[in-house]
Design a protein around this ligand. Structure first.
Ligand code: ATP
Ligand code: MG
Length: 312
């Protein structure tokens, strides 16, 4: 090979290397920009929720006192009405509506309540078991097939047992409501390494190839995963159902306080706001994606407490 040919080859090589470097830099820049945008969105959301929490506490206190007074007056009127039947129906309605406002006020107070700073180490598999038993005892699962796919000893997470129980009860009742009481409820829990999740939940061998599952975690969850040590263990819990699912335009809104598609009086829209509040206060994350069963799959990731000894 002549010297000019070698020089041309060298030149081409340098140009190729420079092009590759430029492309790698552009990809890195794009990734960094996406991470910044996502982090900004997380901060904005956290601030929005904090403001809502303060507002909620304020309203709950202001409404709570006059509401107790109305309830007491209604009671007095009922006593004095004796057997005046014309008053029974309006009094029943009055007490029903007072009870409804009371539910909202309690939900608001619960939402705005500061979380315990030093929660216990609890076993999530046992909590899930108790939740299913509780909901079954209340008769909600009479026509629901429960698929139980919970690894035993899924490990401990640092949490207030009551908060976590309440969060799972809310998710299970939402699933039952979405299926109008009939269908399949799936409870899944397993521990896995955080880096196994960054590439999304793998498709199962028996999944139909045409299935259009969105396996990727939401942008919020991706930011959460980016903050985890790659080899750190996390607990993944999935509550899925065979209902109609959550339409794409609602996937973020459903976690906002007071967002509800239920008829007035049936839902306050505080259930998922409370769930998200609890999960995030435990340093975890939650999102919803289409479920293999046809409905919604709520996926929770929680930092795992190691070692497991001492959990109950
Ligand atoms: N499993 C589900 N499948 C389909 N949609 C769901 C599911 N879970 C929640 N949703 C939607 O999210 C909305 C908000 O749920 P959330 O639990 O916050 O409030 P709610 O159930 O309407 O009222 P409540 O305060 O009584 O829980 C629901 O109204 C519904 O539209
Ligand atoms: Mg609910």
């Amino acid at each position: 090979m002549s010297i000019p040919q070698v020089l041309v080859l060298l030149g081409l090589g340098v140009v190729a290397v420079l092009a590759i470097v430029a492309r790698v830099r552009a990809t890195e820049r794009a990734r960094a920009n996406a991470a910044i945008a996502s982090a900004r969105e997380t901060i904005a959301r956290t601030e929005r929720l904090a403001t809502t929490g303060r507002l909620a506490a304020g309203i709950a206190h202001e409404v709570g006192n006059p509401l107790s007074a109305i309830a007491s007056y209604a009671h007095v009127v009922r006593l004095r009405a004796g057997d005046a039947p014309a008053l029974h129906e309006p009094l029943d309605a009055l007490e029903r509506e007072v009870a409804r406002i009371d539910r909202i006020v309690r939900g608001l107070l619960d939402y705005a309540r500061p979380r315990r700073a030093t929660p216990d180490a609890v076993r999530v598999d046992r909590i899930l078991d108790e939740v299913v038993r509780l909901v079954r005892d209340q008769g909600h699962l009479r026509r629901v097939d429960v698929t139980w796919d919970v690894e035993p000893h899924t490990g401990g997470v640092r949490a207030d047992r009551h908060d976590l129980e309440q969060a799972f009860v809310n998710l299970v009742l939402n699933a039952v409501d979405a299926m109008a009481g009939v269908g399949t409820l799936v409870l899944r829990a397993r521990t896995l390494a955080a880096d196994a999740l960054s590439v999304a939940d793998p498709r199962r061998r028996d999944d139909a190839t045409s299935a259009t599952f969105v396996h990727a975690p939401s942008a919020r969850a991706t930011t959460w995963l980016a903050r985890q040590a790659p080899s750190g263990r996390v607990l993944q819990v999935v509550v899925a159902d065979s209902g109609p699912g959550v339409p794409p335009q609602h996937v973020e809104r459903i976690f906002e306080p007071f967002f509800s598609t239920k008829v007035p009086g049936r839902g306050t829209g505080l259930g998922l706001a409370l769930v998200a509040q609890t999960v995030e206060s435990l340093g975890g994350t939650i999102w919803v994606q289409p479920a293999r069963e046809g409905g919604a799959a709520f996926v929770l990731l929680l930092p795992l407490e190691m070692p497991l000894a001492g959990t109950d």
